[in-house]
Write a protein that binds this ligand. Sequence first.
Ligand code: FMN
Length: 159
Amino acid sequence: MNRTEFAKVTKAIKNPAKIAIAIVKTPTEKFNMITLEWFMRTSIQPPMFAISIGHTRYSYECLQNNRFFNLCFPSQEMVEIAKISGSFSGRDIDKFEKTKVEFFSGKLNKYPILKKAKANFECEVATQVKSGDHTIFVGKVKHSWLDQEKKVLTYRDFE
Ligand SMILES: Cc1cc2nc3c(=O)[nH]c(=O)nc-3n(C[C@H](O)[C@H](O)[C@H](O)COP(=O)(O)O)c2cc1C
């Protein structure tokens, strides 16, 4: 065991890890997707997930106005969608149009449920806490969706 640079240690323990995509509503009533590696389950009852969003992200701006998000766990066939959602900003492009991602309207304010995903969790923001240059949004899960057949996308598939 050697004392090591923080970035090196976190990279070494990253795999296997899942990647998520959060879907948020824009101030112009469209939807945006952001790829996330910083998320976690935070409560059993009620079920809750936290997502950490950088202050420079368009998604951060979106979450100021519309206090819901859909936390999607992409399947292995969605690697390109995860890459695009993590490398373009919704300020510059409509990621739903660019990726042609298939979705249907969910039960919570009609936020999109991504059809080819492994799972989707429709969440309502319960609280938030600033964490340096990110803010952690904690959402209560209202509805959950699963496709038993799909294989979940991991960081390893992504790289
Ligand atoms: C694999 C991967 C993981 C990421 N994880 C996060 C994250 O946890 N939080 C975050 O704010 N940005 C994260 N990002 C960066 C955003 O996805 C990226 O900046 C995105 O373009 C922001 O989109 P937006 O401006 O439309 O919100 C990640 C990007 C990638 C490729």
